[in-house]
Design a protein around this ligand. Structure first.
Ligand code: FES
Length: 190
């Protein structure tokens, strides 16, 4: 680089500012200083004359599979990312409707339900850090209702006998996909 670059150091109120135009040097303002240098490092690597290395990380085994999965609008998550002792949150889209749902793994299977307690539908079973799971059952943080994995039947609590609203998912090739016909796509919520 022959022309150098413009570098400028300034204090918060800009009463003390410095501007330089060079390919290396030092900029000082307000009692602070920093050195800069632009261009290739002095020490050249063995392949300095070859094409610059790609910034893309080398492809790992299975990474193309991951990319393909992520392109599928019904992809929920890799099965190893779905906890047995908690849940992940997702959003499913159908027409103009979006529904938040939670997904939990049980062995090699995955199950999903709307993120809503039948006792008080405005209460989320997973408020954002994972639903509580005790003895393989989801437990509502609010009043302690317990729900079986699978059919989502409430076995204890103020809504005993009611069931969670299921969302259809399936496991294929170590990944969870939305199968529920009410929805066309989904996304993971973080
Ligand atoms: S809101 Fe879930 S048990 Fe009451």
């Amino acid at each position: 680089m022959d022309e150098g670059v413009r570098a400028r150091g300034a204090t918060d109120d800009e009463r003390d500012a410095t501007r330089v135009e060079a390919s290396d040097g030092e900029v000082a303002a307000g009692g602070a200083a920093f050195s800069f240098s632009v261009g290739r490092p002095d020490v050249e690597s063995d392949n300095a004359d070859s094409e610059p290395e790609s910034e893309t990380a080398p492809e790992q085994d299975g990474s193309s599979d991951d990319a393909e999965r992520a392109d599928d609008p019904r992809y929920v998550a890799a099965i190893e990312d779905v906890p047995t002792n908690g849940t992940i949150r997702c959003e499913a889209f159908g027409g103009r409707r979006a529904v938040e749902f939670i997904c939990r793994r049980d062995g090699e299977e995955a199950f999903a339900w709307r993120n809503s307690c039948p006792h008080e539908p405005d209460v989320r079973l997973d408020p954002g850090w994972g639903a509580m799971v005790r003895d393989g059952q989801i437990v509502c943080y609010e009043h302690g209702a317990r729900f079986e994995t699978g059919d989502g039947l409430c076995t204890y609590g103020p809504c005993r006998g009611k069931v969670l609203d299921p969302v259809g998912v399936e496991v294929r090739e170590n990944a969870v996909y939305l199968t529920d016909e009410r929805f066309e796509a989904c996304r993971r919520l973080r």
